[in-house]
Design a protein. Structure first.
Length: 160
């Protein structure tokens, strides 16, 4: 009886076919799953047309240098449904009287992107109400100063 149970079975063409189908079935299903995830999330595009964007490279670079020379800094903090930006200039003086907006979104997913308007509270502290799920967020901040200068920056922060 034991000899019959432990006797080796012949390896047939059906066994080989089952192994090959299982092997390629796993590979194809994983590839399909990864392709579906890749196409249903972020497109990967930063600009719609890289050739057109390259035509304005020098102007964009000069504008970024001008903004860096301003020395403005912004520190984001999110708590209890309020996103707060603490802003100061190169001399650490608060930036007052500015109009602040931010486009919030995930670094790799566009479905939750939205815009927030900020109101100035204390000197140099701007707050905007928004509902953010936990995780990593990008804030594309645009600040129009009281003197009319525009400052833009992308800030990354984490919501716990």
């Amino acid at each position: 009886m034991l000899q019959r149970i432990f006797a080796p079975n012949p390896f047939t063409g059906w066994h080989f076919l089952a192994i090959i189908l299982a092997f390629f079935g796993v590979i194809i299903s994983v590839n399909l799953f990864m392709a579906w995830n890749a196409t249903s999330s972020w497109t990967g595009l930063v600009v719609k047309n890289s050739y057109v964007a390259s035509q304005h490279f020098n102007e964009v670079t000069a504008e970024k240098r001008r903004q860096l020379a301003m020395g403005w800094k912004a520190v984001p903090e999110f708590s209890d449904g309020v996103l707060t930006l603490t802003m100061h200039d190169a001399a650490r003086a608060p930036i007052e009287g500015a109009i602040v907006t931010a486009r919030l979104g995930r670094p790799s997913f566009e479905a939750q992107d939205h815009t927030v308007q900020f109101a100035e509270g204390e000197a140099g502290i701007y707050a905007g109400s928004t509902d953010l799920a936990s995780g990593v967020w990008n804030a594309d901040v645009t600040v129009t100063g009281a003197a009319g200068g525009v400052w833009t920056r992308t800030l990354r922060f984490t919501v716990q």
